[in-house]
Design a protein around this ligand. Structure first.
Ligand code: ATP
Length: 375
């Protein structure tokens, strides 16, 4: 399989800047997700890799060879599409054999390759069936077989699970990951679904408005989002954002909002001070890092954020609780995730404590995370 290197690639469609200077490497045998909202440029990236669209500027290399001048057919790339793109009149085995037939491979070489693909994808019992008689999941397995049979340098998956329902989606996600891992396939997955990207890929490249925002493992992207866009796009429910003021108090640096405050750990305070001398910041805290504290007795103190329960959503062993609070400007909502056993009533007054070790601080002007990893 190939190593893919994308260097400062730009794509304009007339006045539309679909991709703006993206640089990205995909290692041999790696599965990389291109994740982002509709219109962020993921499909355009895929089309430039496949040779369906030219790059406006920049360069794409496979194994250090520039591919701009290579025809799509000479790039040895296979694609798996969201709508399977199978030949409806052909059987399962005819569909899988098709790319080899059009390359005039001798029949005796085609048969063992097709057999291997049918075995790997557990499709032997359907080999003579017309593809239209299969379930969506099985049809997508056929299209994966058709991609693998060519022994491609790179496989591009374009939202491959979006037409499947719950169970089939989960099953095929596992299947694609297993094949990709066992066969060491260099693969790029385009998706707007973060669960898919996280479950299937070694690394995730987050795009917004044609620009690469961050590329790293799913864990790093979640724990150290590079900016406000990544912080709110990755994670469900999204990270809470609270306007805050940074101020130096007797016991150290503190972030404070309307009626709440949290101490910033010394190490992070140093980073924040190196990154900006602004006083106004945006504090980010994930729902699972906001603790509900009892209002009575030894519970809540003057630093906690106060509000009332507005909505609860059970999620198995946890529940998502939406709290309205005058301490939060704008919509006035903050979300916490808590144990399903906590008994809460609608309109109940609550106090929330921010876990200081999980605080993120963002520059409101640039959106950059002031604690960016490695800074
Ligand atoms: P989606 O998930 O909705 O497919 P995407 O992230 O794949 O979105 P692209 O399809 O790559 O995004 O589109 C990026 C931008 O380029 C969008 O603003 C889109 O409208 C524009 N665009 C895409 N293809 C063309 C085209 N052929 N001509 C003009 N503009 C285009």
């Amino acid at each position: 399989m190939a190593v893919v290197r994308i260097e400062n690639v730009v794509k304009h469609y007339g006045l539309v800047e679909a991709v703006r200077g993206v640089s990205l490497n995909c290692a041999d045998g790696e599965m990389m997700a291109l994740l982002g909202p509709s219109g962020c440029g993921k499909t355009t990236m895929l089309k430039m890799l496949a040779g369906i669209e030219d790059v406006t500027s920049g360069e794409i290399y496979f194994d250090d060879e520039p591919i701009a001048d290579r025809d799509p057919s000479a790039r040895n790339i296979a694609m798996v599409f969201e709508d399977y793109a199978l030949y409806p009149r052909l059987s399962v085995e005819q569909n899988i054999a098709f790319p080899l037939k059009v390359r005039h491979m001798p029949k005796r070489e085609i048969k063992p390759r097709v057999d291997k693909a049918l075995d790997m994808l557990d499709l032997q019992q359907f080999r003579r069936d017309n593809v239209q008689r299969l379930s969506g999941g099985a049809q997508q397995r056929v299209s994966i077989g058709r991609a693998l049979v060519r022994d491609p340098s790179l496989i591009l998956f374009d939202e491959p699970l979006s037409h499947l329902d719950g169970d089939q989606k989960v099953q095929l996600r596992v299947e694609i990951k297993r094949l990709q891992h066992e066969m060491g396939l260099t693969s790029i997955l385009v998706t707007h679904d973060q669960t898919e990207a996280i479950a299937m890929c070694n690394r995730v490249a987050v795009l917004n408005e044609g620009e690469l925002q961050q590329v790293d493992t799913a864990e790093v992207v979640y724990d150290y989002p590079a900016n406000l866009f990544v912080a709110t796009f990755v994670g469900e429910p999204p990270m809470n954002l609270l306007p805050a003021e940074l101020r130096q108090e007797r016991d150290g640096l503190v972030a404070a909002g309307e009626g709440w405050r949290v101490a910033i750990a010394d190490r992070q305070a140093t980073r924040a001070r190196q990154a900006t001398n602004r006083a106004d910041v945006i504090l980010g805290i994930r729902p699972e890092h906001l603790d509900l504290v009892p209002l009575a007795g030894e519970g809540a103190n003057g630093d906690d954020l106060r509000g009332t329960v507005f909505f609860r959503e059970p999620r198995g062993d946890s529940q998502i609780v939406l709290i309205t609070s005058e301490a939060v400007p704008g919509e006035g909502n903050v979300v916490t995730e808590t144990d399903s056993a906590s008994s809460l009533r609608d309109d109940e007054a609550v106090a929330l404590r921010i876990q200081p070790e999980h605080v993120h601080l963002f520059d409101p002007a640039t959106g950059e995370n002031l604690f960016a990893r490695g800074s």
